[in-house]
Design a protein around this ligand. Structure first.
Ligand SMILES: [Zn+2]
Length: 401
C-alpha cells in the first residue's frame, strides 16, 4: 500500500476533496470561486481542500488573464504528472504491461509471449518482472507508481483480488492482489478482462457515460463486461459475464471448460483456426495456442483471399446470432465487440450485423449501436481507468510533498 499518509481526519473533508477533484475531471481547468459555487461550499473551504491537494501534487494551478486588461487569475487543473499508473493484461497467450501518467498519457509499453504449457507460476513470474521494469520506467521519469491494475482472462474475485478460476487456462485460486501488494508496495486492483474493456468504454471511450453497455471481449477466451443502468454487473460471486461458456451448438466441439458447444468454440480464435484448417488454409504448426497467425490471416483477407473471407463471414454470423441473446437479456444501448478478435471481426462486419439483425427482436435494435473495436489496448485502458478512479476516490493528502 502507498506509504504516504492518507487523508482520513474527517470524512466530510475527504468527500469535499473527492468532489473538488470530480469537478476538475469533468470540466477541466476551473477557478476556486467557480468550484465553490458549483459545490455550494465557501471559498475558504475550497481553498483549504485545494491546498491539501496541491501538497499531494494532485492539483496544480495556472495563471490566466481574461481579456487584455485586468488582474491575472488562477485556474486549477488536475496534475497529470503527480504519479504513474501501471496496467497489466494477463491474456492467455501474452502478458502486456503499460505505464501511463495520471493524465492517462501512455509512457511505456512492453509484452512477453506466454509459452504454450507455461504454468501460472511461470507466467506470473514473467509478468512481475515486466512490472519491475514498468516501475523503473515510471521512476526514471520522476513518477512514483500510485497503483497497478490487472486484467485477467478468467473468474476474478474483485474484492480480494483473487484469480479464482480460468476456464481456458485452468488456473485456480491465486491470491494475486495480496501477493503483488506485498511485492510492489502499492495498491493492486484485479479485474476480469471483459469487465476492464467495459470500464474503458464506459469511462474513456467515445460512448463515455453510457448507462447500458456491453463490451464483448473475444480472443482465445470470451466474456462480456456488462453495465446496467450505469453499474457494472458483477453478480453474487462477481463472476457475471461468462457468456463464452454458455451453450450454443448441439453436437458442438469440446471446450476447454469441459463442456461441449460453448459459444466461444464457434466464435473465438480457435473457431477461426479450426474452420481455416478445414478449408485447407495452411497455418503454422502448433499455432492453436497463440494468436500470432491472426495478423497474417487478416492481411490475406484484406488482400482479398476469398476462402479466408468466407470463413470469417461464417464466424461473424455466429457472433451476430449469439449477440442477439445478450441484447435481449440486458437491453443495452451500445454493444462493443473487442479483444483480439476485434480486428478480425471488422473484416466481416456486414456478416455480424446482418445475422444480428435477423436474430434479435426488431424493437430492441431500434436505438442500439453495435460497434467493433480494433483497439487491442481496451483492456489495458480499463485497468488504468480503475486505478485512476481509486486514486481520485482516495486522494493522498496532507503529506507535504
Ligand atoms: Zn466452455
Amino acid at each position: 500500500m502507498p506509504s504516504k499518509t492518507r487523508y482520513d481526519r474527517s470524512d466530510i473533508r475527504r468527500l469535499n476533496a473527492v468532489n473538488v477533484i470530480d469537478q476538475l475531471r469533468r470540466n477541466g481547468a476551473m477557478s476556486r470561486a467557480t468550484i465553490a459555487s458549483r459545490l455550494g461550499l465557501t471559498r475558504a473551504t475550497v481553498s483549504n481542500i485545494v491546498s491539501d491537494l496541491m501538497d499531494a501534487s494532485l492539483v496544480s494551478e495556472t495563471e490566466y488573464t481574461e481579456g487584455k486588461v485586468g488582474r491575472p487569475g488562477l485556474l486549477l487543473n488536475l496534475n497529470p504528472d503527480c504519479g504513474c499508473m501501471i496496467a497489466v493484461e494477463i491474456d492467455l497467450d501474452r502478458v502486456t504491461v503499460v505505464v501511463a501518467n495520471v493524465g492517462q498519457d501512455l509512457l511505456w509499453k512492453d509484452s512477453v509471449l506466454v509459452i504454450s504449457g507455461a504454468t501460472a507460476e511461470d507466467t506470473l513470474k514473467s509478468a512481475a518482472l515486466l512490472v519491475d521494469r514498468a516501475m523503473s520506467e515510471g521512476g526514471d521519469r520522476g513518477l512514483k507508481c500510485l497503483g497497478i491494475g490487472v486484467a485477467w482472462a478468467g473468474l476474478v474475485n474483485h474484492e480480494s483480488g483473487e484469480l479464482v478460476y480460468g476456464p481456458t487456462s485452468g488456473w485456480s485460486h491465486i491470491p494475486l492482489k495480496s501477493d503483488w501488494e506485498a511485492r510492489f508496495g502499492v495498491s493492486v486492483f484485479v479485474e476480469n478482462q471483459a469487465n476492464a474493456g467495459a470500464i474503458a468504454a464506459q469511462h474513456l471511450g467515445v460512448r463515455r457515460g453510457v448507462g447500458n453497455l456491453i463490451y464483448l471481449s473475444v480472443g482465445l477466451g470470451m466474456a462480456a463486461g456488462i453495465f446496467v443502468d450505469g453499474v457494472l454487473l458483477r453478480g453474487s460471486q462477481g463472476f457475471a459475464g461468462q457468456v463464452g461458456h454458455t451453450w450454443y451448438a448441439d453436437n458442438g466441439v469440446n471446450c476447454s471448460c469441459g463442456h461441449q458447444g460453448c459459444w466461444v468454440t464457434e466464435v473465438g480464435v480457435l473457431a477461426v483456426h479450426r474452420r481455416l484448417l478445414a478449408r485447407g488454409v495452411e497455418l503454422p504448426l502448433g499455432s492453436e495456442s497463440n494468436v500470432e497467425w491472426l495478423d497474417d490471416v487478416c492481411d490475406r483477407a484484406k488482400a482479398g483471399d476469398r476462402i479466408i473471407l468466407s470463413v470469417l463471414e461464417e464466424v461473424g454470423a455466429q457472433l451476430g446470432r449469439g449477440l442477439s441473446r445478450l441484447v435481449q437479456s440486458f437491453n443495452p444501448s451500445v454493444v462493443i465487440v473487442g479483444g483480439r478478435m476485434g480486428g478480425v471481426m471488422r473484416l466481416c462486419e456486414d456478416s455480424v450485423l446482418s445475422s444480428f439483425r435477423a436474430s434479435a427482436l426488431p424493437y430492441m435494435q431500434e436505438e442500439m449501436e453495435l460497434l467493433i473495436s480494433e483497439n487491442d489496448a481496451d483492456h489495458q485502458m480499463g485497468c488504468l481507468a480503475t486505478v485512476f478512479d481509486a486514486i481520485m476516490q482516495n486522494p493522498l493528502m496532507g503529506d507535504g510533498k
